[in-house]
Design a protein around this ligand. Structure first.
Ligand code: ZN
Ligand code: ZN
Length: 280
C-alpha cells in the first residue's frame, strides 16, 4: 500500500506558495487518498508567516466548503500550532481544527520580549546564543527542548511537528555538532520526556526539500528510540510548494522501516482521522 498522504501542508493562507485548490489538485494527480492542511495558526506576537485571526477564519471557511464537495480524496482541516502561540490562541485554534500539529519554532523570548526562531536567520540565532546563553549552544538546545516538551505534555497535539527543528541551523550558526554525544543525550532525554503525550511523531522531509538538511527530522537515532518506546509515526513533507509534496518519501519510508516500524500512520481516507498504512 503506497503512503499517498500528507498531514503537514501549507498554503497561501500562511507562507505556502499555492492556494488550497492547487495543492489539492497536485495531491489528486499523485493519487493521494487524503490530504491535511496545517496552516500556521494564529499567534499572540507578529511572526510574518502565521495567520491572523481573520485569515484563520477565512481558511477554515474555505476548507469547510471544500470538504462539502464530493472530491476524490479526503481533505482534513488542521493547523500547525506553535508552542508559544499563546494560551487563548491555542485554545481557540485547537477547538476549530480537525487535528493539530504541535511544533516548536522558538526558544523563550528575551527580557525585552523578542522572539528568536530556531529556523529563522542563522545570524540572529547565533547572536541570541552569544548574548543570552554566553555562547553555550547546548544550553540553548536544552531550553528549546524544555519549551517543546512542556508544550507537548500540556496540549497533547495529534502530531509532534519536526521534533528536532533546532538542528536546522545548528551547524551554520555554530550552536552544536548534532553528532556530539552531549547534544544527542539532550535530544534523547527530551524525546523520552515527551513520550507520554501520546502524539504521533512526524518524520518530516521539509528541511531536505528546501536544501537545509540531508536527513529528515528527527534523526535516525531518535526514530529508533521512538520505536523502542512503542510510539507511532507519520510521514510528511512540510509542504510549502506543490512540487515538493512527496519529496524524499521513498527513501524516508525506507528509513522508517529500517528503524523497525512495520506501519506508518496516515490521515484517514474516510471518517477516521488516522489509519495504519503498511507501505509497499
Ligand atoms: Zn513548522
Ligand atoms: Zn510547517
Amino acid at each position: 500500500m503506497p503512503f499517498l498522504s500528507n498531514c503537514h501542508t501549507h498554503s497561501t493562507y500562511c507562507d505556502g506558495k499555492n492556494p488550497l485548490r492547487e495543492m489539492i489538485h497536485a495531491a489528486e494527480n499523485l493519487g493521494f487518498v487524503s490530504l491535511g492542511f496545517s496552516g500556521h495558526g494564529m499567534m499572540h506576537f507578529e511572526t510574518g508567516y502565521s495567520m491572523s485571526p481573520a485569515a484563520q477564519s477565512a481558511y477554515f471557511h474555505e476548507l469547510r466548503s471544500i470538504q462539502q464537495e464530493q472530491g476524490r480524496l479526503r481533505i482534513w482541516a488542521g493547523l500547525e500550532l506553535d508552542a508559544l502561540a499563546g494560551e487563548e490562541q491555542l485554545k481557540q485554534s485547537i477547538a476549530s481544527a480537525d487535528y493539530v500539529l504541535g511544533s516548536t519554532h522558538y526558544v523563550l523570548p528575551t527580557p525585552e520580549g523578542e522572539y528568536v526562531a530556531v529556523d529563522g536567520p542563522a545570524q540572529l540565532l547565533k547572536e541570541h546564543m552569544e548574548k543570552h546563553f554566553a555562547g553555550d549552544g547546548l544550553a540553548m538546545a536544552k531550553e528549546y527542548y524544555q519549551v517543546e516538551t512542556d508544550f507537548l505534555l500540556h496540549y497533547r497535539p495529534d502530531v509532534i511537528g519536526h521534533f528536532d527543528l533546532i538542528r536546522k541551523n545548528a551547524a551554520i550558526a555554530g550552536l552544536f555538532d548534532e553528532n556530539d554525544p552531549a547534544y544527542r543525550k539532550i535530544a534523547l532525554d527530551a524525546l523520552e520526556r515527551a513520550f507520554p503525550c501520546g502524539s504521533i511523531l512526524e518524520v518530516n522531509t521539509g528541511g531536505m526539500g528546501r536544501g537545509y538538511l540531508s536527513t529528515p527530522y528527527p534523526t535516525f537515532e531518535l526514530l529508533c528510540a521512538w520505536r523502542e518506546m512503542g510510539g507511532e509515526v507519520t510521514l510528511s513533507s512540510d509542504c510549502h510548494d506543490f512540487n515538493l509534496l512527496t519529496y524524499a518519501f521513498d527513501e524516508t519510508l525506507a528509513l522508517i522501516r529500517k528503524a523497525g516500524f512495520d506501519h506508518v500512520m496516515r490521515l484517514g481516507s474516510g471518517e477516521k482521522l488516522w489509519e495504519a498504512c503498511v507501505p509497499a
